[in-house]
Design a binder for this molecule. Structure first.
Ligand SMILES: [Zn+2]
Length: 479
């Protein structure tokens, strides 16, 4: 390249880490028309319209979060669209909304978007988003094709909350696979739960089906065996299903759940029951109330455009004010499980769990980047490996061929991390700053849709990009 080249923006003097191109060192990144134009030792200042000094900062391809929450299939007590700004403020540039509803996500993006690229899944909920409790394959086929037309990537089963029968769960995977739609599974059926028993059931019922097994760490909380035994079993299962599953794990201790109780005062959802059982609370209204009052659990509430956690009597009041149908959170994820799952590799050096996610967005636990940097500081991951799990592998999972690396012509999605704090200090999407010093400054966003969703995206007027899941890891070597 010659010095005659002009750039819209140059990121100057950062430590650029791009393992795909074997780059780790001090370089300048030249951006033109929203794309990476060059990564070289020095770009003359006069050839740039805008220079951003990133000295002593880490410059990496933007974090792609393969498990976030930006919409809900329900009218929840907290608007999940607040998650756009929350994710952006933690340094994420692209997210898979898991799930959700694509129409609600896109409306939320118009209202509260902060510049993210977002693909959305629809949560499959009996009697709400699918007509039946135990839907026939044809009902599922129609529901999946309909959601693609509304701009969704596909569907997610919420087995820990709204389980189907094992047969219907298997049909969801089969029908999604047949039309190359995304299918994610928070495990659990009417015969199992959101734990190792639920995970063991998945290969039995879905066979060689392709699926995204959501937040693998959530099933290794020590509900059935000791956490370290469950982790080893999960890792063995992942190896056996290596050509059929994609997985992610998150690094936050707190989970996200719902405190809804039935007319007898009993906790409805399996995940919520497990949270209470883990500390010996009864799985009813008294147990929920005591767990919040004691400071074990917390309630989520919106303050100043962000979702935060509150506990004690304030949390009880929030939970009661919405007739128990409140978003709650419990510290049920053992850090040892998250650590082992995040760092485990095959003999060839590739990671067993594909990506590090947040399971955050509107849940206030968007710690993927800072906790990953803590693992780097600890020596458990190299910087290259951190970028691979935060950005490159997630880009392959979703078939986002233009992201996850700094090849010439790649999308100029960049996360800039302060190595001292481990937190993102700045980020760009398509060459535009969307976050600066921990504050979201972006607007709107780019909707990632499949070909079938092109019209829906065009009609709503958001910038959009059509993605082909044939390029995704989910459907690698699929025939
Ligand atoms: Zn989730």
């Amino acid at each position: 390249m010659g010095n005659s080249q002009r750039f819209d923006t140059v990121l100057k003097n950062g430590r650029v880490v791009d393992p795909t191109n074997q780059i780790d060192g001090q370089f300048d990144v030249g951006i033109r028309l929203g794309k990476i134009a060059t990564v070289v030792e020095t770009i003359p200042p006069e050839s740039a319209d805008d220079i951003i000094d990133v000295s002593n900062q880490i410059v990496m391809p933007g974090h792609i979060d393969t498990h976030a929450h930006l919409s809900s299939p329900f009218q929840g007590s907290v608007d999940r669209a607040f998650g756009h700004a929350m994710l952006v403020e933690s340094g994420t540039t692209t997210a898979l909304d898991l799930a959700g509803d694509p129409t609600m996500m896109s409306e939320g993006m118009i209202k509260r978007g902060a510049g993210l690229n977002v693909a959305s899944l629809m949560g499959l909920v009996p009697h709400q988003t699918v007509s039946e409790d135990d839907p026939r394959p044809s009902v599922l086929r129609d529901a999946i094709s309909e959601v693609k037309k509304r701009g969704g990537f596909g569907v997610k089963m919420l087995g820990g909350y709204h389980p189907f029968t094992p047969e219907a769960s298997a049909d969801v995977v089969k029908e999604a696979n047949e039309q190359l739609a995304w299918v994610a599974f928070h495990v659990g059926t009417k015969d199992s739960g959101s734990d190792m028993i639920g995970l063991r059931e998945v290969p039995e019922i879905t066979g060689k089906g392709r699926l995204h097994v959501a937040h693998i760490n959530s099933y290794t909380r020590g509900m059935i065996d000791q956490p370290h035994e469950e982790v080893q079993e999960a890792l063995g299962m992942i190896e056996r299903m290596r050509s059929h599953w994609i997985t992610e794990a998150y690094l936050a201790q707190i989970n996200g759940t719902n405190g809804k109780c039935d007319e007898n005062g009993d906790v409805i959802y399996n995940v919520m029951q497990n949270c209470l059982k883990a500390r010996g609370y009864p799985t009813n209204e008294d147990g929920v109330r005591a767990s919040l009052r004691d400071g074990y659990g917390s309630a989520l509430v919106e303050r100043g455009g962000r979702v935060i956690r509150v506990t004690g009597q304030e949390a009880v009041d929030i939970w009661e004010s919405v007739a128990t149908d409140a978003s709650l959170s419990y510290p049920v994820n053992p850090p040892t499980s998250a650590f082992s799952l995040t760092t485990a590799k095959y003999d060839d050096g590739t990671f067993r769990v594909n990506a590090i996610s947040t399971d955050g967005g509107s849940l206030p636990r968007n710690v993927a980047i800072e906790r990953t940097m803590a693992l780097v500081a600890f020596g458990a991951l190299s910087m290259d490996e951190a970028v691979t799990k935060l950005s490159y592998t997630p880009s392959r999972m979703m078939g986002l061929l233009n992201k996850g690396h700094f090849f010439e012509g790649a999308d100029a999605d960049v996360t800039i991390v302060n190595p001292g704090t481990g937190k993102a200090s700045m980020s760009l999407v398509a060459g535009e700053l969307i976050m600066l010093n921990g504050r979201a400054i972006g607007r709107g966003g780019t909707w990632l849709v499949l070909e079938e969703g092109r019209q829906a995206a065009a009609a709503i007027g958001l910038p959009y990009e059509v993605i082909d899941l044939e390029n995704s890891r989910l459907y690698e070597n699929w025939n």
